[in-house]
Design a protein around this ligand. Structure first.
Ligand SMILES: C[S@@+](CC[C@H](N)C(=O)[O-])C[C@H]1O[C@@H](n2cnc3c(N)ncnc32)[C@H](O)[C@@H]1O
Length: 293
């Protein structure tokens, strides 16, 4: 049986207790000055400062060949966008970490903008400690678009050309975000979906490895870790979120946790479904309503 533990404390106190080179994967979405009640950083100077301070501790606890996956979105202020991954990129620039992918997590729903394009993506900065790192591509392959394709010339002419295990999922991931009505929704205001963490866990770690999340919120990274038979340590300053995380992680070990499966395709309504039929007064483009972010 794999194990987990949730600590109700500050991320720095949590990291201090972890041994050097003992963690295989750090997955986290840090708090960022977006007006959530839990946010301590008020502007992007604070955000940078916290990241500069975190970096040596993250590197210290991470095993050689291990990974950091840092999930962030955009901050919008007075209609202007601050892409937080650009701040993470600046703060995490060092000799020990190598950026392998800037994964685009795209989703179909959110606030409708009226003076810019509606925001429908966030990013995950994936770093490795060193060049000799775990990456199990076969564990996360997805179905080919044209599985029946064959080589049309050369010595392999006529043979199937695609990998029978599927193709590389690429660095753009279309996974529904956790809004009201999503099967994984808890009382946490800012969860990422389990599938997002689960693909990272499967590709970047092995069975029984140790995964940590220093800002674990509702414990999503831990759900992914336990589902994939890895161990997990999480931390959050909020008692309420720690309780939610513990409940979800116990439910995961008991096999009762509610999760949207990683391989479920994004729902496309059929053309005849009532909500997909265009009303007669819609002649062409559809006007969106308002922009309140
Ligand atoms: C963006 S949320 C993480 C959500 C999480 N990924 C999930 O799926 O539920 C950031 C979390 O960091 C916590 N937090 C804020 N400051 C913290 C600190 N100094 N140390 C530890 N946790 C902190 C907040 O309470 C919040 O739950």
């Amino acid at each position: 049986m794999n194990e987990f533990k949730i600590y109700n404390k500050d991320c720095f106190a949590f990291l201090k207790e972890i041994e050097d080179n003992s963690v295989d994967l750090i997955i986290s979405s840090p708090p960022y000055f977006i007006g959530k009640e839990y946010d301590t950083s008020k502007d992007f100077g604070d955000f940078l400062d916290i990241h500069h301070k975190l970096l040596p501790e993250l590197i210290r606890v991470l095993n050689f060949g291990g990974s950091i996956c840092w999930q962030v979105g955009n901050h919008t202020k007075n209609g202007e966008i601050i892409p937080l991954d650009s701040l993470v990129f600046a703060a995490f620039r060092c000799d020990e970490l190598f950026l392998r992918n800037r994964i685009i997590w795209t989703f179909g729903h959110g606030i409708h903008a009226s003076r810019r394009f509606s925001g429908r993506h966030e990013t995950i900065m994936w770093y490795t400690k060193g060049n000799d790192y775990t990456f199990d591509l076969d564990a996360v392959r997805v179905p080919q678009k044209y599985p029946g394709k064959r080589h049309y010339k050369g010595p392999k002419k006529g043979e199937w050309s695609g990998n029978p295990l599927g193709k590389n999922p690429s660095d753009v991931w279309d996974i529904p975000n956790v809004k009201a009505g999503h099967i994984e929704k808890t009382d946490h205001p800012c969860q990422f979906p389990v599938a997002l963490a689960q693909r990272l866990v499967k590709a970047l770690t092995k069975k029984d490895d140790l995964i940590i999340d220093p800002f674990c919120g509702s414990g999503t990274s831990g759900v992914a870790a336990l589902l994939e038979k890895r161990n997990f340590l999480g931390c959050d300053t909020s008692k309420t979120y720690c309780r939610i995380a513990e409940e979800r992680l116990n439910a995961t070990l008991e096999g009762t946790v509610r999760v949207r499966p990683l391989d479920r395709l994004v729902y496309t309504p059929s053309a005849t479904e009532a909500v997909a039929v265009r009303p007669p007064h819609f002649s062409g483009f559809i006007e969106e309503e308002n922009d309140n972010d």
